[in-house]
Write a protein that binds this ligand. Sequence first.
Ligand code: NAG
Ligand code: NAG
Ligand code: NAG
Length: 436
Amino acid sequence: MNVFGCLILIIILISKTSIATDVCSPGGCVCGISHRVINCDSKGWENLSSLEFPSQVNTLTLVANKLQFDRVEDIEKINNLTNLMDFSLNQNPLGKIPSFHINNLQSLSLIDTSLTSAEFPPSYNNCPLKAITLNDNKLRSINENDFAVLENSKLHRLHLDTASISKIDQNAFSVLKHLDSLSLKQNQLKSAEFLANLPRLSSIKLDGNQFTSLPPQLSIQKTMRIASLTSNSITNIDESSPLHTWLMKNWTSNRIYLANNPIDCCSSLWFIRFLQKTPEFVADRSLLKCAAPTSLAGQFLLDLNPDRLNCGDEPPKHSWWTIGRILGILGGIIGIVISFIIICIAYRYIRYRPSQSGYTEIDDPYVNVENTLPGGPVFPNLHDDEVDDRLSTYTYPDGTRSYAQTHSTADGVYAVDPSQTGDSVVERTALLSRPH
Ligand SMILES: *[C@@H]1O[C@H](CO)[C@@H](O)[C@H](O)[C@H]1NC(C)=O
Ligand SMILES: *[C@@H]1O[C@H](CO)[C@@H](O)[C@H](O)[C@H]1NC(C)=O
Ligand SMILES: *[C@@H]1O[C@H](CO)[C@@H](O)[C@H](O)[C@H]1NC(C)=O
């Protein structure tokens, strides 16, 4: 049996005779003089059986043990600590939030405790929690009812950093009416609808997420004192951003942090002017650099003259750009329509122009072919007395037929090839127009 085992044994023996001798006995936890602050970190504990805590403890840390709180006795042992206000179980393999019912608990820290859900069990109903930290867990999403039992709490501060969160229900925090500081650093968030339901929020940390623009909800509350969005993917900041609202509403005590975003300076000219005219809004303005266009990459925004930037085809102002684009599209459509009309006219002209091959419409069957088709093929003259040995070539819907005409001469019989005259209609007409 090792020294530690002996110690436990001694503690058990002593605790049978006196409640005061406990984890703070020599060789045990690090305890404050009055045993109000106790640190029992890295003890290798798997459970709390055979351990006694002084009832006056108000700050207890059990960091880096192997506690799971899967036994009711362990939960009860903590629940019995009626003076406990500040409790840390960081780096224990909890798996889920333990069902503590600690009457005076104000601060709970469950960092790196293998949580897969932020759902608080019903035992926390009426718990006077003011601060919760659930960083470094694999929460993935925050659901609408995760904090529902904390409705009567006075929760001011909630930290959910590095928690693999990609989805937050827009009402997830709405029961937390006193929440004024919310930290969601290093997650995978792209939007922040939940901000609309936090009327008292004054600090939001969204650093290291996946925002591509400033969340519009930042313009809802006047109480928003600090918004931190460093290390996101924000490229454009223009007059549609909440900063414009801050400026218009004169919320001059608001501060935003934006360092380490890939700002496109040519599409953020409004922002560059904003920074230079009203620098107070952007607390880390001296750190902001352009990421695009390449000609400006690495340049500090504060060093740029927005009226003299070489932005090439990039128009200087958003509104101008929009109007320009609309005009461009309209011009393109009109151009296409005009081209189409011209092509149609040209096609009609070519298609119906009287031509050598005899493509012409003849309404009068007795029209003089020789006049209609100047230079056209000369048809053999059939005379009444000549043998009509025409070859039938095609039957028309009206029952008439066209013929490839043949003509008997001294040289023999020859046929007029319709493919040479090009159109059997002409031949038919030629046939009909024969003088009687
Ligand atoms: C409590 O934990 C100790 C080690 O810390 C272990 O030896 C013991 O079996 C555990 N007791 C229960 C009931 O799990
Ligand atoms: C909690 O305290 C009650 C008395 O207040 C006691 O009977 C009970 O055994 C304690 N539970 C634990 C697990 O220490
Ligand atoms: C904006 O607020 C400041 C004080 O915060 C005040 O001095 C200034 O006159 C206000 N400007 C406008 C336009 O309301």
